[in-house]
Design a binder for this molecule. Structure first.
Ligand SMILES: N[C@@H](CCC(=O)N[C@@H](CS)C(=O)NCC(=O)O)C(=O)O
Length: 205
């Protein structure tokens, strides 16, 4: 039995963590939930994540939820994989900005557009401002590359890259050339190829 267990459903946001685990290279077990059958709402899983959502990760006695938090945790717990930017490194500010920007700005901008509100809220009340500004900020962030903090691939790329990849796959994001080139670079990574193939098999099983 591995020290790491991912509570997972494929495809879902827990695929982000599966990619991260493949990057880290430590052994892990899967606890697969069938979301269609509502297994995420059963008491035994609510004891793991009271939100009734995947992903969740167990590492020894610790349980972490929220995809971006889990990936950030893994990068710090396994520094040998060189997926974090350590405290004291001046690039850490940019690293943290992107780790937070994806769940707090990119994802809400996408979902608000996919499921419009009855009344348009004032821009100032939305943490992400507006969809077009978010897209332009991300495009500028990824255009130079190869990665968000420069030459080093980090967890921030797993988080932002997964959101852009998913958004373009479902036509929820414009296929801006900067996004296409960046996601194309990420798709060359053997860990993402492995995670994608494993999830494809799992979804088909
Ligand atoms: N904020 C959470 C979102 C997790 C989430 O929404 N997961 C979806 C799958 S993509 C889920 O578990 N849905 C099942 C449900 O809500 O019943 C994260 O980033 O980890």
């Amino acid at each position: 039995m591995a020290d790491l267990t991912l509570y997972h459903a494929a495809p879902s946001r827990s695929s982000i963590v599966r990619w991260m685990l493949e990057e880290v290279g430590e052994p892990y077990d899967l606890h697969v939930l069938n979301l269609t059958k509502g297994e995420q709402a059963r008491p035994d899983y609510l004891a793991v994540n009271p939100m009734g959502k995947v992903p969740a990760l167990r590492h020894g006695d610790v349980v972490i939820t929220e995809a971006a938090a889990i990936c950030t945790y893994l990068a710090d717990a396994f520094p040998g994989a060189r997926l974090n930017v350590p405290v004291g490194d001046p690039r850490r500010g940019v690293y943290l900005k992107w780790l937070f920007f994806s769940p707090s700005c990119i994802e809400p901008a996408i979902t608000d557009r996919a499921f419009p509100r009855r009344e348009e809220p004032r821009r100032g009340t939305l943490g992400y401002g507006d969809f077009d500004t978010v897209m332009s900020v991300v495009a500028k962030g990824v255009e130079l590359g190869p990665y968000l903090v420069g030459e080093q691939f980090t967890t921030a790329d797993v988080i932002v890259g997964s959101t852009l990849r998913w958004g373009m796959m479902f036509d929820l994001l414009p296929k801006r050339p900067e996004f296409v080139a960046y996601v194309g670079r990420l798709e060359q990574r053997p860990a993402l190829e492995r995670a994608t193939a494993l999830d494809r098999d799992l979804a088909a099983a």
